[in-house]
Design a protein around this ligand. Structure first.
Ligand code: SAM
Ligand code: SF4
Ligand code: SF4
Length: 345
């Protein structure tokens, strides 16, 4: 079926579906305390079984339907996406979909060997984001909780650069009394490189990470701290609805970003949909319920039928969780929010 690229579905607030984040697995080799705390995601945790997981072909098929609805940018995430076998095959299938203009991936960088980085590039992956919350061993190991040293993530980033990835983003979640001392070292590590560090406010995703507003360091506080050392100026967004607020160093040493999901919400321009590893579509990172596309897919629905379902879901979308945070947490009481590892960051 040809994709009508003029067709674009919008929600109740006139927001199109521009981005799709695909969680290809709910599993991970890290146990970051803010995402998959070991006490919850321990040996007894029931991860998704193989028959529940969408196959790579099913993911590509649903992605195509999203593209028919106007989606243009795909981000592969998880869990740790590089755990998924034949990931490169999925990337190649997605890169070939009519309408998909950009395909990126967020990874913890632990599996970015030189060979794997080259394969990803060859498959058509355009951009990479690597998560790294601290450069000192003690802090980083305390965060990932699997004794993984930051030097190996740095090696992964180098491998990706050598494979030809440019403008790699480095995501650092900053949590008060945890890793705020890691901010300046990260800034210094990536100044004068083409990597862009982005500091992310600790978010209340899911129900298991013990989130507390007091643990959130507002991005403006970090801007002040960095400014005092390295003068910066704001840069206008690359495109409408860009999530990170961009700044550049006045001395020409490059750019950094801040993701202010808690202190300055950006729901007004939010064009992101999320697909879980089992085929549930979520219209907000803080969703409590997904909309199942796997059942219709497996019972033989056509692309047109799937598109109709997706259109219905998106046209009914009212989400603006971050704008309403305080009222909302009461409103959703009793209905647990989905975990980050299910729908990806
Ligand atoms: N495993 C991959 C990784 O860590 O890059 C991809 C999945 S991870 C869920 C995606 C991003 O979400 C990571 O950059 C991670 O730091 C971020 N993240 C996870 N939990 C978060 C939280 N509670 N608040 C803010 N960011 C979070
Ligand atoms: Fe794994 Fe990424 Fe979550 Fe850390 S943030 S536990 S690496 S999915
Ligand atoms: Fe989008 Fe939901 Fe985040 Fe608002 S809270 S920006 S609607 S994902």
């Amino acid at each position: 079926m040809r994709v009508d690229t003029a067709h674009s579905v919008t929600d109740t607030r006139n927001r199109p579906i521009r981005d799709l984040r695909i969680s290809v697995t709910d599993r991970c080799n890290f146990r970051c305390t803010y995402c998959m705390p070991r006490e919850v995601f321990g040996p007894g945790y029931a991860f998704v079984s193989r028959d529940q997981l969408l196959t790579l072909e099913e993911i590509a098929r649903i992605t195509k339907v999203f593209a028919m609805a106007g989606m243009r940018k795909v981000r592969i995430t998880g869990g740790e996406p590089m755990i998924r076998r034949n990931l490169e095959h999925l990337i190649a299938m997605i890169a070939a979909i009519d309408g998909v203009e950009d395909i990126s991936m967020t990874t913890n960088g632990s599996m970015l060997s030189a060979g794997r980085a080259r394969e990803l590039k060859r498959a058509g992956l355009k951009r990479l984001t690597v998560s790294l919350d601290a450069l000192d061993d003690e802090t980083f190991k305390r965060i990932n909780d699997v004794d993984y040293p930051p030097s190996r993530v740095l090696d992964g980033i180098e491998n990706a650069r050598a494979a030809g990835f440019v403008g790699i983003k480095v995501n650092a979640v900053v949590r008060r009394n945890f890793n705020e001392h890691a901010v300046l070292p990260l800034v210094e590590q990536f100044r004068h490189t083409d990597c862009i560090v982005r500091f992310i406010e600790f978010m209340d995703v899911g129900e298991t990470n013990g989130w507390n507003l007091e643990d959130v360091i507002p991005a403006r506080e970090l801007v002040r701290q960095i400014q005092a050392r390295y003068p910066m100026e704001p840069v206008s967004p690359n495109y409408q609805g860009e999530v990170a607020k961009r700044w550049r160093y006045r001395d020409g040493a490059g750019e950094i970003g801040f993701i202010t999901s808690v202190t300055e919400s950006f729901c007004g321009g939010c064009s992101r949909a999320r697909l879980s590893a089992v085929g549930q579509v979520y219209t907000c990172l803080f969703g409590t319920e997904g909309h199942d596309l796997r059942a219709p897919l497996r019972s033989g629905a056509s692309d047109a039928q799937l598109l109709r379902q997706l259109t219905q879901v998106w046209q009914g979308r009212t989400d603006r969780y971050s704008e309403l945070r305080s009222q909302y947490s009461q409103a959703v009481q009793g209905r647990p929010k989905v975990e980050m590892s299910h729908i990806g960051g």
